[in-house]
Structures are given as structure tokens and as C-alpha cells.
Ligand binder design. Structure first.
Ligand code: UDP
Length: 259
């Protein structure tokens, strides 16, 4: 096993038989820090990885995102929904980046016969997230363990559907070894509001914690919920870890980390 620390924006020549292309920060606060770099990572990075795959005749997995649906107007979102995306907003570097990354994959397939596997990953969480990841489940858990108020953006009525990391990895693995190109939604079909999530986490850690409401960032999707029928039918895959159990595993991880 060899670990090479390399920026996918620059080309690289290696002998490989499979490429798992997950490069790009996924947390809004992180991908918005340097949005031009985020867009370059998705476009140039994916272009370089597709070139590498082509040279090696290697299969390539692309970690695309539910963000390609933008602020969806259709619920749940099936793979053939085209989305409702702002192309000039603060999330555009990521959602338009993932859209062009998907476009590149399908053009490589059409033109060069590349073996692509394009997954649209919905909100995922679990142990080994960074303390300062910035996404909602790790934020709420870390705030609660530190005895700080729980910061909710907006009124908390927006929804997400959370998939435990182990389930997601299992889905990615099955998809890579299948014979379909996708795009394929991977995520949990169980939707919950951010306010419900905050209550669930504080109940487990400290029910007396204050919930603090702050303004909702621009273009924050109001509802997000994948239609995962395709993954169920083709891969015989669906998440098995309940949100409450997954939150427990994640709390123990952060509790140990903070000790
Ligand atoms: N959110 C929140 N408090 C936080 C972090 C996020 O209320 O500390 C909200 C955020 O505004 C969004 C939802 O939780 O509506 C999910 O945010 P996250 O950053 O996890 O991922 P997103 O699905 O927006 O990419």
C-alpha cells in the first residue's frame, strides 16, 4: 500500500486498475472557503482522473452529490430529476462543479467507452468526521458535548435524510462492482427536520441545552430526500443502520476524541 499526497488539479501518471475519485471537500463551510479551487477540483480534478482511467483502461468511481439537484422542487428526488440549481450562488462552486464532473464522466463514456460509476451521495455522517467538519450532525454533537448552545440555521424546518457511513461505503462498494454506470442515488430515504435532529441529539447528551436560531445561509435546500429505488433494485442495497443508533456511535467517537 502506498499513500501519495497529490492535488488532483495537477495531472498524475500511475498504474492503476480502479479509481475511487472522492477528491473535493463536501462540507459547505469548507468548500466555500476557496470556491474557485473547489470548482477547479471538480472540473480539472475529474478531467485528470478520467484521463488516468482512460490510459489504464481502469474503472472510475465518481463521488457526485445530492447537491446536483440544488434546492429540489420534486420529492423524493429520482435520478432523472434535472434539479433546481442556482449557478451563481455561494453553493454553485460545489453543485455546478459536481454537475460538470458528471458531464465529463458521461462524455468520456460516450466518446472513449470509459467504465464510469457515478454515485450521487446524500448527507452522510459517522465516526472519523473532523471536529470542525461543519456539517450538521457532527456540529450538534460537538456543541452538545462541550455544553454549548446548539446552533440551528433558519427555523429548523428544513429537512435532510442521513445515512450512516458504513451503509454508504457498502453501497459504494457494491456499485463499483456492478455493471451499471449510474447516475445512482445513495443515501437514506428517511427524512427528518433539522429541529427534530437537534432535539434527538440533545436528548441523548443534555436535554437542557439551549437551541440558538441563526439566519439560514443563502441557497440552503429546504428539503432533501433521495429516491433510492434504483439502488434497491439493481444493487439490492439500502441503509440498515437506524439514525438513533448511528448517532450513538458518532457520539461515542466524539466523546473519546474530546477526552
Ligand atoms: N445546519 C445547522 N447548524 C449547523 C450546521 C448545519 O442548522 O451547525 C443546517 C444547515 O443550514 C442545513 C442542514 O443543517 O440546513 C444540513 O447542513 P450540512 O452543512 O450538514 O449539509 P448540507 O446538506 O446543507 O450540504
Amino acid at each position: 500500500f502506498e499513500l501519495i499526497n497529490h492535488d488532483v488539479i495537477k495531472p498524475i501518471y500511475l498504474e492503476v486498475d480502479k479509481i475511487w475519485h472522492l477528491a473535493c471537500p463536501g462540507s459547505p463551510i469548507h468548500y466555500q472557503l476557496n470556491p474557485i479551487k473547489t470548482a477547479k477540483t471538480s472540473f480539472l480534478g475529474t478531467h485528470n482522473m478520467l484521463g488516468l482511467a482512460r490510459k489504464n483502461k481502469a474503472r472510475i468511481f465518481l463521488a457526485s452529490s445530492s447537491e446536483i439537484y440544488g434546492d429540489p422542487l420534486m420529492h423524493p428526488q429520482p435520478e432523472d430529476y434535472k434539479g433546481n440549481v442556482n449557478n451563481i450562488g455561494i453553493r454553485s462552486c460545489y453543485n455546478e462543479g459536481k454537475r460538470i464532473a458528471e458531464t465529463l464522466c458521461f462524455d468520456y463514456k460516450r466518446i472513449h467507452g470509459s467504465e464510469i460509476r457515478v454515485a450521487r451521495i446524500f448527507n452522510t455522517y459517522g465516526p472519523r468526521m473532523l471536529l470542525d467538519d461543519g456539517r450538521v450532525i457532527s456540529n450538534f454533537i460537538v456543541q452538545a458535548l462541550r455544553g454549548n448552545p446548539i446552533i440551528i440555521y433558519g427555523d429548523g424546518s428544513q429537512t435532510r435524510s442521513f445515512c450512516y457511513v458504513k451503509d454508504l461505503i457498502n453501497g459504494i462498494y457494491k456499485f463499483m462492482n456492478s455493471d451499471i454506470s449510474g447516475p445512482l442515488n445513495l443515501g437514506s430515504s428517511i427524512e427528518c427536520t433539522i429541529l427534530e435532529l437537534a432535539k434527538q441529539i440533545t436528548k441523548k447528551i443534555n436535554p437542557k441545552l439551549e437551541l440558538l436560531f441563526k439566519p439560514l445561509p443563502d441557497d440552503d435546500p429546504k428539503r432533501r430526500n433521495p429516491d433510492i429505488r434504483r439502488a434497491k433494485e439493481i444493487l439490492d442495497w439500502e441503509p440498515s443502520v437506524q439514525l438513533s443508533d448511528g448517532i450513538d456511535y458518532t457520539i461515542s467517537y466524539f466523546r473519546n476524541l474530546l477526552i
